[in-house]
Design a protein. Structure first.
Length: 148
């Protein structure tokens, strides 16, 4: 893969990581929100970011899932930025793809939970799409290093 294509992929990963980060910050705010006001993604009781973000399912190992999202997206940003400065570093590419793979597995688990409890979250959907996009893009980068 030439450097121009690699840079386009890196820029796309940055964009999706920023979108995912903003979504996670928004969901973290909802998780800790104490006043009862509807938000833009509260359509009804079944499609509601607030209902999901404040449910017992919004924590994993005692940590709000949205905070895990913030940490994950910050890690994507750090690894992607490092790749701009060291574009041929195969360890960074492998690390980015590994993190994206772990995040995608966790994302699919969270989608299963949403279907299981019957509450869907548009803010979560934004994060889920961002994670899957980062997985696909990071695979393209990683694949370019293993096929040399």
């Amino acid at each position: 893969m030439n450097q121009k294509k690699s840079n386009i992929i890196l820029y796309l990963i940055l964009i999706f990581a920023i979108i995912g980060l903003l979504s996670s910050v928004y969901l973290t705010n909802l998780h800790y929100k104490t006043e009862s006001t509807d938000t833009i993604c509260d359509i009804n009781t079944k499609v509601s970011c607030t209902n999901l973000a404040q449910s017992k399912y919004s924590n994993f190992a005692g940590i709000p899932i949205a905070i895990l999202g913030i940490l994950g997206y910050l890690s994507f940003l750090a690894l992607t930025t490092a790749l701009f400065f060291n574009p041929k570093n195969s360890l960074l590419k492998k690390s980015l793809f590994t993190l994206a793979s772990i995040a995608a597995v966790f994302t699919f688990y969270l989608i299963f939970v949403e279907f299981n409890i019957g509450i869907f979250c548009l803010g979560c959907l934004v994060s889920q799409i961002s994670t899957v996009a980062i997985l696909i893009l990071s695979y393209a980068l990683y694949k370019s290093t293993i096929h040399k």
